[in-house]
Design a protein around this ligand. Structure first.
Ligand SMILES: Cc1cc2nc3c(=O)[nH]c(=O)nc-3n(C[C@H](O)[C@H](O)[C@H](O)COP(=O)(O)OP(=O)(O)OC[C@H]3O[C@@H](n4cnc5c(N)ncnc54)[C@H](O)[C@@H]3O)c2cc1C
Length: 483
């Protein structure tokens, strides 16, 4: 079924425990009306005649959200991108941006654990997915643990305590009991379900940390501590204090050998999601840079044009890599699940994240010092001083001071610490993408290319039958030669 926006809003009134800036939030929709509206809009969009064919599908005679379908082809991955980009452009959604990646990543890992260990996690996942199709929840991926000392594993006695990674503290016939914390879980206060999975690999001695499961946001023992000053709960810290999870919602419980598989499987989907929403957001940056150059009367300068060309490349390459990651994705023969191309999806995330500060450098360079010293918009609203701003903060006479001031304020917002940290760390710090690239890049093919270029023999199928370097496949007939 597809829920209505009203059903979604009422669903947030489920007794969940949320704290914002030191106070208990009594009613989520009333405390965060704008963010709830934005999230609820995803449900409104899904049944709108313009979007219903993109967002939903018919399965067994019932209309369900397409996002809950197992992706089976690269085109399915691209369709999920189209959904995310549509939501971003409409200013809707967010409360299941990450959760679908959690669902698909954990589903893939669960099948692999079952195949190797004879467990039945994939059955649990199939039932959970069927429940999602029927109930249409908002769902968030809760992955990042507090970690404590990064150098140490969770169970290491040199850690200040044992709970820096969510762990199983007890288990019985009905289910498991988990304790720990997940950090920075985007939009989680606005979700219905949390998909927990490990943030890293764990060893045999840390088998209790090998846990993946689905937990409702109002489960007993779950407490949200919202981001300071946030208007929608932000990216809260979530405490799990002896939370009971029934077996049917457990997808990994002690199989430490598969923690890396589950974590990277999630990341493979999630970095595609990142490049997807980001590319839509990045589209505004070349425009902002160009407008700022126009307002400042700078478009004639070749060094400014150089920066503007770079901006066009920055955003275009992000979209191109995301699209390539989806459309060159592969279908796993055992599970039938389509997954993004691991190299392209990690390149996409690394590219936009590693270049963000370069983009801000150019933007701030073009804008000038006013991006650091801008008077308040409250002064703009004050008729006593507004004429001064209007007179002295105008640039090129073809544009109003107000246009330039709006652009300056956007440069200030884009350059915030939040946006910088979001780019670098959300969806995994830069090092994690490089780790995957080092592991997944086709080194045999790269080496064969190098050997071929040096005239050395190679057995690689892409190179072994090629003509030696320098020889063309077409030979000019003698008759065309003038001796
Ligand atoms: C705005 C925002 C939204 C987010 N949303 C979500 C979300 O919805 N769900 C979710 O699960 N997470 C979310 N995250 C968390 C994000 O995935 C993490 O911040 C990221 O993985 C980095 O982890 P960390 O913050 O613990 O930093 P760290 O991992 O501590 O990174 C700090 C530095 O330490 C390095 N480092 C860490 N460990 C080691 C080691 N063992 N050896 C050498 N170097 C090391 C890193 O490479 C990095 O350079 C979000 C983060 C942000 C900022």
């Amino acid at each position: 079924m597809i829920r209505t926006p009203e059903q979604y809003v009422e669903g947030l009134r489920d007794g969940r425990v949320v704290y914002q800036d030191g106070e208990r939030v009594e009613d989520v929709p009333s405390r965060y009306p704008h963010s709830v509206e934005r999230a609820a809009s995803e449900y409104w969009v899904a049944t709108h005649s313009d979007y219903v064919d993109l967002f939903t599908m018919i399965e067994d005679g019932e209309r369900i959200p397409f996002s809950f379908k197992v992706p089976e082809t690269p085109e399915d991955l691209q369709r999920r991108r189209d959904i995310l980009q549509t939501l971003t452009l409409l200013g809707a959604g967010g409360s299941r941006l990450t959760g679908i990646d959690g669902l698909n990543g954990v589903a893939f890992g669960a099948s692999k654990v079952d195949a190797a260990m004879g467990t039945h996690y994939a059955d649990n996942m199939a039932q959970y997915r069927a429940w999602c199709k029927k109930n249409d929840p908002s769902i968030c991926a809760a992955v990042s643990d507090p970690k404590g000392n990064r150098r140490l594993h969770g169970e290491d006695p040199r850690q200040a305590h044992k709970d820096f990674y969510v762990r199983i503290v007890d288990r019985n016939n009905e289910g498991i009991i988990i304790t720990g914390c997940k950090l920075h879980i985007s939009q989680a206060v606005l979700a219905n379900e949390l998909m927990l999975l490990p943030s890293r690999n764990h060893n045999e001695t840390g088998a209790d940390y090998a846990v993946a499961c689905a937990v409702p946001c109002n489960a007993k023992g779950v407490t949200f501590l919202a981001t300071a000053g946030s208007a929608g709960g932000g990216h809260p810290m979530i405490i799990f204090d002896e939370v009971f999870v029934p077996w049917e919602r457990v997808f990994l419980a002690g199989e430490w050998q598969f923690t890396r598989e589950v974590a990277t499987s999630f990341a493979r989907y999630h970095r595609l999601t990142a490049a997807t929403y980001k590319s839509t957001q990045l589209d505004a940056l070349p425009g902002l840079a160009m407008l700022m150059a126009e307002y400042n009367g700078l478009t004639h300068a070749t060094r400014i044009q150089d920066m503007l060309a770079w901006f066009a490349m920055y955003t275009t390459v992000t979209e191109a890599l995301g699209r390539a990651a989806a459309l060159t994705g592969s279908v796993d023969p055992e599970t039938g699940q389509a997954r993004p191309n691991p190299v392209y999806t990690n390149c996409a995330k690394y590219w936009f994240a590693s270049q963000w500060h370069e983009a801000m450098k150019y933007l701030q360079d073009i804008t000038g010092g006013i991006a650091a010293t801008m008077p308040s918009m409250q002064d703009w609203e004050n008729p006593e001083v507004r004429p001064y701003l209007d007179k002295y903060l105008q640039g090129d006479a073809n544009y109003s001071a107000e246009e330039r001031i709006r652009a300056i304020n956007m440069v200030i917002r884009e350059g915030s610490t939040f946006n910088g940290v979001l780019s670098i760390h959300a969806e995994g710090s830069l090092a994690t993408q490089k780790m995957v690239l080092y592991q997944q890049a086709d080194w045999e093919r790269f080496k064969a290319a190098a050997k071929y270029s040096m005239g050395m023999p190679t057995d690689h199928p892409d190179y072994k039958d090629r003509l030696p370097v320098g020889e063309s496949p077409w030979k000019m007939p003698e008759s065309l030669l003038k001796h």
